[in-house]
Ligand binder design. Sequence first.
Ligand code: SF4
Length: 337
Amino acid sequence: MKNLELIAYAKQNALSGKNLDRASIIQLLGIPPDSPECEKLGKAARKVSSAITGDQAYLSGSIGVDFAPCSMSCEYCSMGKKWGIVQKTTQYTDEQVMEWANQYVAAGARRITLRTTEFYSPEVLGVLTAQIKKSVPGEYEVGLNMGEFDLETANRLYEYGVDYIYHTVRLGEGKNTRFTVEERLKTIQAVLDSPLQLHFCVEPIGVEHSDEEIADRIMMTIDYCATGAGCMARVPVKGTPLGALPQISERRMAQIAAVLRLAKCTGDISVHPPCELAVEWGCNSLTIEVGANPRDPEYCPDSEWKHFTAQRAKTWFQKHGYQFSNTLECRNKCVNP
Ligand code: SF4
């Protein structure tokens, strides 16, 4: 099929409630980002987004709890111990975490993610989650982006009040990280076997990744029926082994998000770092973040990363035809067998 025919087919396929096949995903990813064909791809993804989400958009708030040297030393992360960028541990107090959770919820965030380095205690995060749920009023979910864990821990986290886990198999896993794919999959399976929801992103996407590698992660997103799905660019951090490789362009980012939207026929699609063109092309979920950040050599405890605020996210959503949602109605309905 020619590219324009494939775009029309992919759009129709998603609208009829079907996920896309790997070969088609690879072909769509191969369309030059600056081409008129890519504009058509983006417009098709936006139409599909309307049908799937009812033009409801969502905001998430991420809180990087600890800024600390992490012995896993992933080759793109500012906190990798080996790179010597972060020398000492700094972390939010429980009160500060609560304060940010409060601010996020008041600003309309419906998901609050607590993010930590690999070996942060799940027990401490469980207690913190319970505290947030008790003291921050509003309709929202709390999720964790933390290290590896088993089913017993997953069940315990759910009992504490955790709603979802962000976990994924990174691009370049085992090559640019000290994790094996199997270790990541074990944790993902623990989430799937528990009552927790899984959030999964294609990340961290860099110029070093082929269309095939990206397509394989899109296929994983579909196969695991992730409630929250999205794509994230690798942000080059000076001083890390991958720090000299440039970030992918905004158009490439928006293209990958559009392909993900067409490939996965259910649920919300997020993009990070925030990218307005990706919203124009079908993303309906954005994240604001504070505190420790693997994408930044500096700790940002007092203001939103890159000054991307809830207000800015809402402006983008409105500009591109989305209603900013105050509920969590747009649920992923898995269509896989
Ligand atoms: S990405 Fe996570 S696991 Fe890897 S070094 Fe950074 S904090 Fe540690």
